[in-house]
Design a protein around this ligand. Structure first.
Ligand code: PLP
Length: 273
């Protein structure tokens, strides 16, 4: 079955969706998006993702022509039409077609249904390697479609045999290309406060743990941590056992990380089954 998407105000086969070549999303890379999962046909934490998407539109000055209630309805129709039991939904709002080819205009809304492949079981069991790079995402708290640097950097981390990147600047770490980061030292769980996307997975991990220190984290602290993990919608929680050539802790996946992962899965199942 070919997937159906929402575009031009209706649900259509994805190959019929079009975008104007002068849309700011194409010529300036200006737009916003969000991405969430369905678990047992239910959009997990939908209201949190809608909060973030609506806030991203407002903060980037791109008018969103649909109300929260209308978005909920479109999402529900798309899940049904695509029979999306366990999958992903991507909402994209483009910068629009601008008279001067620069100022934000009336954006075009797309919502795509996608199949979702989690990282392999081996990565959860052995942990992953991150490559460190000096960079900080611009307007990191808004979920823009601008991933030019991370896409460019991906060639570098692949060549280094790493799964992804950890960004740092002036000695402080921020986040990975599409994930937030947490460290655990002497039982205390911490996550960076600034220059990060407020991840929906991060938010729920903070709630599950209960007493997370949200504060500046120095690069050296991460290297000396007992456990490190990254979080995102598409990975939930993935243990990090190596940064560059340095092993984290004893180089093995930590129990506390796995415990938090299990609690997250329990919460998702409780909400959706
Ligand atoms: N940080 C960045 C830069 C991201 O792009 C993402 C997700 O795509 C995240 C963090 C994790 O956010 P979430 O848990 O909402 O998927």
């Amino acid at each position: 079955m070919k997937p159906f998407c929402f575009a031009d105000g209706k649900i259509i086969p994805i190959e019929e969706a079009t975008i104007h070549p002068m849309d700011l999303a194409v010529i300036r890379g200006y737009g916003i998006f969000d991405f969430f999962r369905t678990v047992n046909y239910k959009p997990l934490f939908l209201e949190h993702y809608l909060d973030r998407f609506i806030a991203s539109a407002a903060k980037t000055f791109i008018p969103l022509a649909y109300s929260r209630e209308e978005l909920r309805q479109i999402i529900s129709d798309l899940i049904e039409k695509n029979d999306l039991k366990e999958g992903g939904l991507r909402m994209v709002l483009t910068g629009g077609i601008s008279d001067n080819h620069f100022s934000p205009a009336k954006g075009k809304l797309f919502i795509f249904a996608e199949s979702l492949i989690f990282p392999s079981q081996e990565k959860y069991e052995k942990g992953i390697k991150l490559l460190s790079l000096e960079y900080v995402r611009s307007i990191a708290e808004i979920k823009t479609t601008n991933y030019a640097y991370p896409v460019w950097h991906s060639v570098q981390w692949n060549e280094a045999g790493a799964e992804d990147v950890i960004y740092h600047m002036h000695g402080e770490i921020s986040e990975s290309s599409r994930s937030n980061i947490f460290i655990i030292k002497d039982g205390v769980v911490s996550t960076p406060e600034k220059h990060v996307l407020r991840g929906i997975t991060r938010k729920h991990v903070i709630e599950i743990v209960g007493d997370v220190a949200i504060r500046p984290i120095y690069f050296e602290e991460m290297l000396e941590a007992d456990e490190v993990f990254i979080t995102s919608t598409t990975k939930i929680l993935l243990p990090v056992t190596q940064v560059d050539n340095h092993l984290i802790g004893d180089g093995k996946v930590g129990n506390r990380s796995l415990e938090i992962l299990e609690k997250f899965k329990d919460l998702a199942n409780k909400l959706c089954y």
